[in-house]
Design a protein around this ligand. Structure first.
Ligand code: GRG
Length: 308
C-alpha cells in the first residue's frame, strides 16, 4: 500500500510507503502494549485475559498510527510518543467494549471476533472496559513529560477527550438520537465527540510528545478534527456498503437501530463528497509542515479510501 500524497501548498505528488509505516507502527504499538499490560496470568486472570482479548483482537491501530505520525511531523522520536499512542488505543478499545454491550449497541462481533461480553459475560466486559480506560492513564503517566507539555497537561488532554463533554457526550447524544429524526448539525455534534475527539487527541498528543510549537499544535488540531469527521462519515458509508465479514462487525446496524447517519440523511453520493471535502480540509491544515508530514498526509488519504 503506497499512497500518492498531495504535498501541502504546492500539491506536488510524492509517494509514501504507508503499508511499511503501518506495519512498523502496529508492530511497535503491539509490543509496547504487551509490555504495559499486566500478564494474562496475573491475578485475577479473568480480567487481564478479557482486557487483552479485545486489545489484541486485530484493531487497525489508526489512533496510535496518527499519534506516531504527528510526532514524526514535529521531529520527535517515536519512543517518546509510544506511551501516548498506546494510551489512545486503550481508551479507544474500552469505548468499543462498552459500545458493544447489550445496554448500548448490543453487538456480537467486533474486530472479526466475538465481542468481549459474548466471551467473558457482561460483568467482566464492563470491568474490562473500565480497566482499559484506567490503564490508559497509567500508561500516559509514564511518558517522559516535555518542556512545553508537563505530565499534568498530557493527562488533562486525555481526560478531556475521553470525558463527559467529548467521547461520552457523543455516545449519549447517539443513544438519545436513536429512532428520532435529527438534523445534520446534531449529527455533526455526535461525530465531533464520539469519533473526532479521540482522533484529534491522538495527533495532539503525538505533537506534544515532540514538544511541538503552539502553531504546530493548532495545525494538528485542525487536521485531527477534520480527519476525525471524515473517518466517521466513511464509517457510516461502510456500514451500508460493506459486508459484516469485511468490517469484522455487524454491517447494517445503523439502519436497524434507526440511527441517523450521513447516508440516511443526505444519501450516499453526497456523503462521499463530504468525506472528500473534510479530507481536503485536513490536507490544508498540514501546510505549516511544508511537506514534512508525509505519514499524516498518507493516513488521511488512506482513511478516506479505506474499505473496512
Ligand atoms: C462510556 C459506556 C461508554 C461507552 C463509550 C463512546 C463510546 C462508548 C463508543 C463509541 C464507539 C464508536 C462506535 C465510536 C465511533 C468511532 C469508530 C468508528 C470506531 C471504530 O474505529 P476503528 O474502525 O476500529 O478504528 P478498530 O477496531 O479498527 O480499532
Amino acid at each position: 500500500m503506497s499512497a500518492t500524497i498531495h504535498g501541502s501548498g504546492s500539491r506536488a505528488k510524492r509517494v509514501f510507503d504507508l503499508a511499511a509505516f503501518l506495519a512498523s507502527s502496529t508492530a511497535g504499538v503491539n509490543k509496547a502494549l504487551d509490555g504495559f499490560l499486566p500478564a494474562g496470568t496475573a491475578r485475577p486472570a479473568t480480567i487481564h485475559r478479557a482486557m487483552r482479548y479485545s486489545l489484541f483482537a486485530g484493531g487497525k491501530r489508526i489512533r496510535p498510527a496518527l499519534c506516531l505520525a504527528a510526532a514524526a511531523a514535529c521531529g520527535g522520536p517515536e519512543a517518546d510518543a509510544m506511551p501516548l499512542a498506546c494510551a489512545m488505543e486503550c481508551v479507544h478499545t474500552y469505548s468499543l467494549v462498552h459500545d458493544d454491550l447489550p445496554g448500548m449497541d448490543d453487538d456480537d462481533y467486533r474486530r472479526g471476533k466475538l465481542t468481549n461480553h459474548k466471551v467473558f459475560g457482561e460483568g467482566i466486559a464492563v470491568l474490562a472496559g473500565d480497566a482499559l480506560l484506567t490503564q490508559a492513564f497509567e500508561i500516559a503517566a509514564q511518558c517522559k513529560g516535555w518542556q512545553r507539555y508537563r505530565h499534568q497537561r498530557i493527562i488533562l488532554e486525555l481526560a478531556r477527550a475521553a470525558g463527559s463533554l467529548q467521547l461520552i457526550a457523543g455516545q449519549v447524544a447517539d443513544l438519545e438520537g436513536e429512532g428520532k429524526k435529527i438534523s445534520a448539525s446534531q449529527l455533526r455534534y455526535i461525530h465531533e465527540r464520539k469519533t473526532s475527539a479521540l482522533l484529534c487527541c491522538s495527533v495532539r498528543l503525538g505533537g506534544m510528545s515532540a514538544n511541538c510549537t503552539a502553531a504546530q499544535l493548532e495545525a494538528l488540531t485542525d487536521f485531527g478534527y477534520h480527519v476525525g469527521l471524515a473517518f466517521q462519515v466513511i464509517d457510516d458509508i461502510l456500514d451500508v456498503t460493506q459486508t459484516s465479514e469485511k468490517l469484522g462487525k455487524t454491517a447494517g446496524k445503523d439502519t436497524k437501530a434507526q440511527k441517523a447517519t450521513y447516508p440516511s440523511i443526505i444519501g450516499l453520493e453526497k456523503s462521499q463528497r463530504i468525506a472528500r471535502q473534510l479530507t481536503e480540509r485536513a490536507f490544508d491544515a498540514l501546510r505549516i509542515f511544508r511537506g514534512r508530514a508525509p505519514a499524516l498526509e498518507a493516513l488521511a488519504e488512506h482513511l478516506l479510501k479505506r474499505d473496512n
